[in-house]
Design a protein around this ligand. Structure first.
Ligand SMILES: C[S@@+](CC[C@H](N)C(=O)[O-])C[C@H]1O[C@@H](n2cnc3c(N)ncnc32)[C@H](O)[C@@H]1O
Length: 206
């Protein structure tokens, strides 16, 4: 079987090589970098919740950006492979939607930014996978309402499937601005994109 047909990529691309050089475990970090450069999602002293964080590139990027008083809470079904000794990093291995994990995250206080690169398990059927991604993203938007501080921001990965506008509509109930951006680092053949909500207003102040 050729490398191509076994699903492995034969030559690492520019982003993969750069990630290796800069010490990140995954090239997906450059999607977050572009989103942050464009929308100022977070910066110095911010408190960030990273959902679907493994192997840990996004959390690592956040730790490099938030200064010594910032904080990153990360959650994933799998372990992170980055250095876990940083006191500004709190990690839960588990499902974001499980009540005990949500309360452990809520115990940490409100966040300035919620980022999610979480992807559902895929079937290869684009309609089914987009549906799963929609459900995951809608759940994250819903729960983020309990976790974000006033003025906070959010960025979530979704699979394009036609329902992106509905998610943008959900965001506009609570955020001043909502956008969709497909970062350059997304692979050409990938149908992922990111929805972004900026300047959150909590329910009780609406
Ligand atoms: C593309 S990876 C994230 C890569 C990460 N942003 C990085 O740069 O290292 C997607 C992750 O979402 C996680 N995930 C999917 N559903 C989840 C859930 N309900 N709770 C926690 N993690 C979840 C998967 O375990 C997987 O590790």
């Amino acid at each position: 079987m050729s490398k191509q047909s076994s699903g492995k990529r034969s030559t690492p691309d520019h982003y993969t090589l750069r990630a290796k050089k800069e010490g990140y475990p995954a090239r997906s970090v450059y999607k977050l970098e572009e989103l942050n450069n464009k929308f100022n999602l977070f910066g110095h002293d911010d408190r960030i919740l990273d959902i679907g964080a493994a192997p840990g590139s996004w959390s690592m990027y956040c730790l490099r950006k938030i200064g010594k008083n910032g904080f990153v809470a990360a959650i994933d079904l799998n372990d992170l492979t980055i250095d876990m000794s940083d006191k500004r990093l709190f990690f839960i291995r588990g499902d974001f939607f499980e009540e005990k994990n949500l309360s452990a995250l809520l115990d940490k206080g409100l966040f300035n930014t919620v980022i999610s690169d979480a992807a559902p398990s895929t079937t290869g059927n684009r309609t089914v996978d987009a549906g799963r991604s929609f459900t995951l993203a809608a759940g994250i938007i819903d729960i983020s309402g309990r976790m974000l501080a006033s003025g906070g921001n959010l960025a979530i990965k979704i699979f394009q499937g036609g329902d992106e506008k509905e998610l943008v509509g959900m965001l506009l109930n609570h955020f001043k601005t909502a956008k969709i951006l497909k970062p350059k680092a997304c692979r050409k053949e990938s149908f992922e994109t990111y929805i972004v909500g900026l300047d959150f207003t909590p329910e009780d102040s609406l």
